[in-house]
Design a binder for this molecule. Sequence first.
Ligand SMILES: Cc1cc2nc3c(=O)[nH]c(=O)nc-3n(C[C@H](O)[C@H](O)[C@H](O)COP(=O)(O)O)c2cc1C
Length: 360
Amino acid sequence: MLVGMRLRKKIHRIKPRIKNFFSKKILARLDEEGIFLAKLYYFFLDSSFNREMLSVLLGKKVHNSRNENLESNQAFLRRSTHRIEKGLIVPKQKKHYALGYIYDTCRILRVTYKDIDEKSLSWVVDVLDAYFKRADDTLDVIKKSKKEFDAIRSKISIQQEPNIKSIPFEHKELEASKIAFSDYLKLTERRHSVRYFENGLVDKTLIENAVSAGLQSPSACNRQPFEVLVLQDKNVISKAVELPMGVQTFKDEIKNLAIVLGDLSYYSEERDRHIIYIDSGLFVMSFVLGLEAQGLSSCVINWPDIEERENSLYKQFKIPKHKRCICFIAFGYAKSKGLVPFSEKKEASDIVMYNEYSNR
Ligand SMILES: Cc1cc2nc3c(=O)[nH]c(=O)nc-3n(C[C@H](O)[C@H](O)[C@H](O)COP(=O)(O)O)c2cc1C
């Protein structure tokens, strides 16, 4: 037993040296045998991607099982509704489309309609109504889908005014923006990451106003695969702020904290695994500007992908592993006396290229 312990200690001691030795060899030959060596590296020397792989697979499992077992599935419903509304705007309408998924869309609507918000439900129902008005009901698949849809339609009561329909419309019907570009720019320039806040909880109405602004952001197939956990309890916050790394100098200043989570169960394909980060990032920017427009300040806080920290976060809030933390956001009223870093930005000419890529 003593020998075993000594051996384990020795291995533990020399492990970084072994890793360093093989890392150098692998990195030196990466250009020639790229993918193979990258796989070797991450299989034997570094486990950083393990939890990402697990979360992507768990997301796929949850997604597929919802479909196979006909369970509530907002992701599927939102995506297919969006695909159908896109079909409705094509200038030269196809005679048949969505035949591969229209029946499943109606079946999934049956098991999901109680779980989605009212506005989204109106959108789904109006789009399907519009689709069936144009669809060729001599086809069997349309006939059975329509039958399924009509059966659910009769159970759904929508409060929306009957003349307001969530279906494609002419772009010119949109109210013109009264915000001059200079005003928009001023708002973006006024926003600075603020790390020192006055005491006081932000009113839920203001939070939800900013969330509503965030929710206007584009998202892949309009799925919006994210959630926001808002913390305003001092004790809960004090535990949570121990987890990210870049917050240690101002963690006691945070009175309002948002944790943005991405949900990988919205996808069945690995190719879509980055969408949670893209969609959440777009949401966060509009959310933060929404706070700014209401006189509130914020600081986005990096979520480092470190196993122990992720486990602690998941345990503290009982988060399932197919959801991933995207970032934290501290927010509130900026302290009347407190500095903010200048953080000069790049110039447009520094990052824009026209028509040709130039490696800088
Ligand atoms: C993804 C992301 C992660 C960040 N993480 C931290 C962090 O951990 N700690 C921190 O103090 N600031 C963090 N920031 C804030 C940045 O430092 C800040 O946005 C940047 O310096 C530009 O300054 P500005 O936000 O005032 O324009 C983060 C910002 C982003 C977008």
